[in-house]
Design a protein around this ligand. Structure first.
Ligand SMILES: *Cc1c(COP(=O)(O)O)cnc(C)c1O
Length: 378
């Protein structure tokens, strides 16, 4: 195994293996941006909320951001002494007081939401902001585009009624997905065009997530220049809240080949991991994840699919130089993000075990799930 210093036959499948070493490398890169610019760096928990690693991550971050009360509680509990930020498209009356108690920053989707809850915020300790829609996104997948005409996310420039916003100290936008700092630069141009005039009177601006900062070809210098420029021009502090970037390429999903057969000229390999249950972005995005050892044009081609009843529960078509047989292990790459936190037990599929590598790169079993985990949710 070239990327993981382990004997993959020693783990139980299906399982996620999170590499502590790769996480650390990502954290150091993100911390570098934070130190160079003085911006705040948060972890968007919805992408990766393996709180076992929060104590390690806390040393490199200003805190976490949450999509709702539960994630906020998780961040507050497992990253204590760090900030908790939150954005939700709308807050529930029954949950708001707890949110206001836990969170240092609350971002509201509309001025009306802020006006509705503002009396329940202690402004001496909690800062409030509005998420805005800069009407510019280079995200082509409609599922991930918060600037489409039917989007509910963020207040459009013409709807930002500042008379309802007295007490807010910042603005938030989130319009990117797995993108570079060149996209951020173009987005900022539009953001400033629509909202720059308000920033002079505010304290902070949150650039959201979708920044692929830890990817090898990411232009970190350009990111830092843009953060510096905005901070100097408007006298605000920039907040970054990437999710993926923290755990990018830091995790694997190992599965076992259960059967191999040919049908209508296609050779199928059935494995004990499922796209629908364990890597839903494969179907939602959609995309084909990399497999360690798969090649472009190998002698042996397989359609790799799950045990489930869903006809489309196929991870992809792959080829290898060596044939696959039942009992073989295959390892999907970049599986720490948007996986564990999106898992489900459709078809009664097992939830993958979770391993974390130790200082020597050896995976240590962290969690194992069973029948009871399936039953307890029904
Ligand atoms: C999803 C999301 C993030 C994190 O996005 P990544 O693509 O994982 O970096 C940050 N902020 C908000 C508001 C989000 O919805």
């Amino acid at each position: 195994m070239n990327c993981l210093n382990i004997d993959i036959n020693k783990v139980e499948t299906p399982c996620y293996i999170v590499s502590r070493e790769k996480m650390l490398r990502n954290m150091e890169i993100l911390d570098g941006v934070r130190r160079r610019t003085g911006c705040k760096m948060l972890q968007a928990q919805k992408a990766f909320s393996m709180y076992a690693l929060y104590p390690m991550m806390a040393g490199y971050l200003d805190g976490t951001t949450a999509s709702g009360l539960y994630e906020a509680k998780l961040g507050a509990r497992y990253m204590p002494d760090r900030e908790v930020h939150i954005f939700s498209a709308a807050y529930k009356d029954a949950e708001f007081d707890e949110i206001a108690r836990i969170c240092d920053h609350i971002v509201f989707n509309t001025p009306a939401q802020f006006a509705r809850f503002r009396d329940r915020v202690d402004f001496s300790r909690t800062k409030c902001g509005i998420r805005v829609n800069p009407l510019y996104s280079e995200t082509e997948t409609e599922l991930y585009n918060p600037c489409s005409p039917r989007s509910r996310l963020g207040t459009r420039p013409e709807d930002l009624d500042m008379t309802l916003c007295e007490g807010i100290t910042g603005l938030h936008f989130h319009t990117m997905c797995e993108q570079g700092s060149d996209v951020l630069q173009r987005t900022l141009e539009k953001f400033e065009e629509h909202f720059g005039k308000y920033l002079y009177d505010l304290e902070w601006v949150n650039f959201g997530g979708g920044h692929h900062i830890t990817r090898a070809d990411y232009d970190i210098d350009l990111l830092c220049r843009e953060i510096d420029r905005i901070q100097q021009k408007y006298g605000v502090q920039v907040i970054m809240e990437p999710g993926e970037a923290h755990a990018l390429d830091a995790g694997f999903l190992a599965a076992e080949v259960l059967d191999v057969f040919t049908s209508a000229g296609n050779t199928h390999a059935i494995i004990d991991a499922s796209a629908a249950c364990h890597m839903p972005d494969v179907l939602e995005m959609p995309y084909t994840p990399r497999i360690v050892g798969a090649v472009k044009k190998g002698r042996y081609r397989y359609i790799i699919g799950a045990q489930t009843c869903l006809a489309g529960d196929v991870i992809g078509e792959y080829s290898f130089d060596e044939p696959l047989s039942p009992g073989d292990r295959i390892v999907f790459e970049d599986m720490a993000i948007y996986t564990m936190c999106k898992n489900n037990t459709f078809n009664g599929m097992a939830l993958p075990s979770i391993y974390i590598t130790d200082e020597n790169g050896i995976p240590v079993l962290h969690k194992r799930f069973g029948y009871e985990d399936f039953v307890s949710r029904l």
